[in-house]
Design a protein around this ligand. Structure first.
Ligand code: AMP
Ligand code: ZN
Length: 461
């Protein structure tokens, strides 16, 4: 499929025509979750946004020509703290949380990336990269720590476009006596005996957070790749530090060509986050809590895609119920569609224009109004709403309708005898009101759910 894709590159702050380094292997890296707790709804935003990017690239370049890596951070102080507080082992906590994340993301229609590396599987590669950075004069050892020397990398801060002084002023920089510059960041640190640690040239220790993404992206994608994504809260320091490490260790490569950052999911104007305590988990939302009904994964996905990824978004119950109504209508329309797999060009073009999912949804409303069910169906598929067919919650109750059809046929038979058709008329009116088309012939009674089908209205029948 020959579609020009435009993406807003955070590094240049411009919308640029995407030109893959190798069209036979488009390579994407996205920073994944730290696995110590259930994912909150904000964590689902990058997972869904970059899943749409992955699907678009697969559509345009072919599914076998896209490599998507999203990591699991399974060594981290928050994990250690959780293990100590709960008395459970770190391995148990990270394994359980990783599976929760995969289940929750699958429920909101996120495909598994090509690779899902875990940091602890790449410790050797991290150690090798740190040793190389020391060798090249970009890092130094001090009191069992290894630090990256930001002054050794002139372009430091280039992604967020800030000077080192600005960054010092704006960030909570950890001051430590062994740092040459307060902005120098940890590549390796000593580990207490009761905490996870690995033998290294600098003693038993564990990696700092940033080095894992540099080491894993190099191993799985090489020194240069196409797109690096994540939430915009990661731009500084995490992504600045990834760039510094990777570009200094592999000056032959350019690291990521395009940087994409999603804006934050908010609650009353503030970032949804665990540290602010204003979060709810994807799992709670799916399952329902405090007496509230669960929200289907497709509905969560639809609400997320209704706002462009570069804009902050608020989750509201109102948006969720509108999304549910729209999806119900669309799913009911496509049941009878032909299996036409070509997504509507207007929808593909909207996605190719900097992942304009809001526009794509607007286009799909038009398809629905026009009754173009094959295009609607293929577009729903492209956007990840049909991986497991039409979900049960949106499905018209076929079984109930056939039972009702039998009942209506029986009532009609009796009415023909008694010449009293009032019960037949009552049933017909209620079915029409519920959005069901009623066809009666000598052969029997046929009930067809239409676009506005609402099973709840059938309850009195
Ligand atoms: P974390 O587990 O906190 O490292 O976050 C995992 C991913 O979720 C990162 O890409 C973050 O940028 C992203 N993220 C965290 N909070 C939010 C939020 N409120 N809205 C959107 N993305 C978020
Ligand atoms: Zn990262």
């Amino acid at each position: 499929m020959d579609v020009p894709i435009w993406l807003t590159n955070s590094r240049t702050r411009k919308k640029e025509l995407f030109e893959p380094i190798d069209p036979d292997n488009v390579r994407i890296y996205v920073c994944g979750p730290t696995v110590y707790d259930r994912a909150h709804l904000g964590n689902a935003r990058p997972a869904i946004v970059f899943d749409v990017l992955f699907r678009l690239m697969r559509q345009v370049y072919g599914p076998e020509h896209v490599t998507y890596v999203r990591n699991f951070t399974d060594v981290d102080d928050k994990i250690n703290a959780r293990a100590q507080a709960s008395g459970r082992s770190i391995g148990e906590i990270t394994a359980e949380t990783t599976q929760w994340y995969l289940d929750d993301m699958a429920a909101v229609g996120v495909m598994e990336p090509t690779h899902m590396p875990r940091a602890t599987e790449f410790i050797d590669q991290m150690i090798a990269m740190i040793a190389d950075l020391i060798e090249k004069g970009h890092a130094y050892e001090a009191e069992g720590h290894v630090l990256f020397a930001v002054e050794s990398y002139k372009a430091y801060g280039g992604l967020s476009g800030r000077s080192v002084d600005d960054m010092i002023a704006g960030a909570r920089v950890e001051v430590a006596p062994y740092k040459r510059n307060p902005m120098d960041f940890v590549l390796w640190k000593p580990s207490e005996p009761e905490l996870p640690g690995w033998e290294s040239p600098w003693g038993r220790g564990r990696p700092g957070w940033h080095i894992e993404c540099s080491a894993m992206s190099y191993e799985l994608l090489g020194a240069s790749f196409d797109i690096h994504g994540g939430g915009n809260d990661l731009m500084f320091p995490h992504h600045e530090n990834e760039i510094a490490q990777s570009c200094c260790a592999h000056p032959e490569g350019g690291f990521a060509k395009v940087w994409l950052h999603n804006e934050m999911l908010q609650v009353e104007g503030k970032k949804m986050s665990k540290s602010l305590g204003n979060f709810f988990t994807v799992h709670d939302l799916l399952e329902g809590r405090d007496g509230q009904a669960g929200v289907p994964g497709e509905v969560i996905r639809f609400v997320m895609l209704s706002t462009h990824y570069r804009k902050p978004m608020d989750w509201t119950a109102e948006k969720a119920s509108q999304a549910e109504a729209t999806l119900k209508k669309w799913y009911a329309q496509i049941t009878e569609a032909l299996d036409n797999e070509v997504p509507y060009v207007g929808v593909v073009n909207a996605l190719a224009d900097d992942l304009n999912t809001a526009k794509a949804i607007a286009e799909m409303h038009q398809l629905s109004l026009a009754g173009d069910t094959p295009s609607l169906r293929a577009s729903l598929k492209l956007l990840g709403f049909l991986d497991h067919g039409i979900p049960d919650w949106a499905r018209g109750p076929d079984f109930d309708l056939s039972e009702l059809a039998d009942k209506l046929a029986a009532v009609r038979g009796a009415a023909m005898e008694s010449k009293d058709f009032s019960e037949v008329d009552r049933m017909k009116a209620a079915l029409l009101e519920a959005g069901v088309e009623v066809r009666m012939s000598k052969a029997g009674v046929e009930l067809l759910p239409g676009a506005g089908f609402d099973a709840a209205k059938l309850e009195g029948l």
